[in-house]
Ligand binder design. Structure first.
Ligand code: CA
Length: 221
């Protein structure tokens, strides 16, 4: 899952990015509203964390512009505690949720995950494909009931495949959602992670569709 953080308090933005990266998200950070709108409009983001008081263009306007353009990306707004900015107004402009500063990091992560789940196709955080079970809330994976230990990045790659189980997911789609904007390395990095997942989950769990991408099958045999 790939997130965009639009926040001009650099220390806050960087600590959020660091924490969310450790959780397995790909995270891009920008510090002003104009750049935020630009990046959000062209990026493949699964969610945007959007501050309200921003240089360039405030968060309400960024949110309003995205919605006016038909973009339904989940938006979590960060509001100041002084009451100067109204939560109701944030929701009016199309934000999905808001958090009042200062907030606990744990609460932010929980809200982010809840919004991502709400947007998903199923109400359940557990995706089941054959003998494979991917719990996107608890970040646990089991194969035929036995727990598999994955790195955060491996989990993020598997999650992309599980969200679209049975469909072909291209290498570039996986790259877009799992690696951040700063990654300019070899796109074949995806193959490295697919190999690692096959090693841990069973060789035939993930099929290769030549020239198109990968498909999660879920069967080990
Ligand atoms: Ca601010």
């Amino acid at each position: 899952m790939r997130l965009l953080i639009v926040e001009d308090e650099r220390r806050l933005a960087l600590s959020l990015a660091k924490g969310l990266t450790a959780e397995g998200f790909a995270v891009d950070v920008v510090h002003d509203g104009t750049e935020g709108l630009h990046r959000a409009s062209e990026g493949a983001y699964d969610l945007i964390v959007l501050d309200i008081m921003l240089p360039g263009m405030n968060g309400y306007r960024v949110c309003g512009a995205l919605r006016a353009a038909g973009d339904d990306v989940p938006i979590l707004m960060l509001t100041a505690k002084d009451g100067e900015y109204d939560e109701a107004e944030g929701l009016d402009t199309g934000a999905d949720d808001y958090l009042t500063k200062p907030f606990s990091y744990v609460v932010l992560v929980a809200r982010v995950r809840a919004l991502l789940r709400r947007r998903g196709r199923t109400a359940s955080p557990v995706l089941t494909v054959g003998g494979l079970s991917v719990d996107t809330a608890a970040r646990r994976v089991t194969v035929d009931g036995a727990e598999a230990t994955l790195t955060t990045k491996e989990f993020a790659v598997l999650e992309q495949l599980a969200l679209r189980a049975g469909e072909v997911v291209s290498k570039s789609e996986i790259l877009e959602h799992v690696w951040d904007f700063a990654y300019d390395g070899d796109p074949n990095i995806v193959e490295v992670y697919i190999s690692a997942l096959r090693r841990k989950l069973g060789a035939k769990t993930i099929g290769t569709v030549r020239g198109a991408g990968y498909r999660l099958v879920g069967d080990r045999a």
